[in-house]
Design a binder for this molecule. Sequence first.
Ligand SMILES: C[S@@+](CC[C@H](N)C(=O)[O-])C[C@H]1O[C@@H](n2cnc3c(N)ncnc32)[C@H](O)[C@@H]1O
Length: 257
Amino acid sequence: MAEDWSARQYLKFEDERTRPPRDLLAQVPLKSARRVIDLGCGPGNSTELLLQRFPQAQVIGVDSSPDMLRQARERLPNCEFAHADLADWSPPERTDLLFGNAVFQWVPDHPAVLRRLLAALPAGGVLAVQMPDNTEEPALALMPDVAASGPWAPQLALAAAARDDLPTPAAYYDLLKPLSARLEIWHTAYNHVMAGPEAIVEWFKGSGLRPFLSPLDETMRRGFLAEYTARIVRAYPPRHDGRVLLRFPRLFIVAVR
Ligand SMILES: C[S@@+](CC[C@H](N)C(=O)[O-])C[C@H]1O[C@@H](n2cnc3c(N)ncnc32)[C@H](O)[C@@H]1O
């Protein structure tokens, strides 16, 4: 990624963001593991889950963001972390689990990368992946709409094209099943309870809004966020207690080599 991730912004919603990796890990059919790798480990929240589940394993976190890695090393000083881009990274020998929570949606041509990583695992090794499948939700769909309708439009043409819809479960099945002894694919739609619509904007400032905000100067950024927030307020009406529900569908894949 051209711009660095902000660990601080990402961790504002740590509880909500750590629920999907908990749900993914619960479906990993391994009793023990020799080596476990957290792909796109971010600030170490998912890595910590892996350490708890596999206390005897060597757990390694891999990420392309120096800020995230710094935060992860502070949080888990006894764990190993490595700087790498998953586009051209391969697992070391004796890796029993590749765990990628909320990362592959950012990796170009990620289906081919998933296939390559699964092929590199030993028999019985597991590739476990979760990706947001939310491009149809208002919070995501409004981003390219706002990008195309303001003075920032010329600067954001590339960003608007950046995140594609995920392939269908059937496409992942056809791609990964020939390499899998067992393959599970499912969706879970979370309904995160947020303090208000502004909290939705804060949430996506730590992820999906980043490609739209980073090309803009401070004035343009403020304008973009004001317009996006106004549209979020309309799209997410308050519940009886003033809170709003952020619907968030996610796709899960667990492949056993
Ligand atoms: C949404 S965070 C997920 C963090 C953590 N895994 C979790 O479960 O909350 C995505 C992480 O993927 C990393 N990332 C994005 N593209 C990457 C790439 N091509 N190679 C390695 N890491 C990448 C980002 O730096 C970021 O830390």
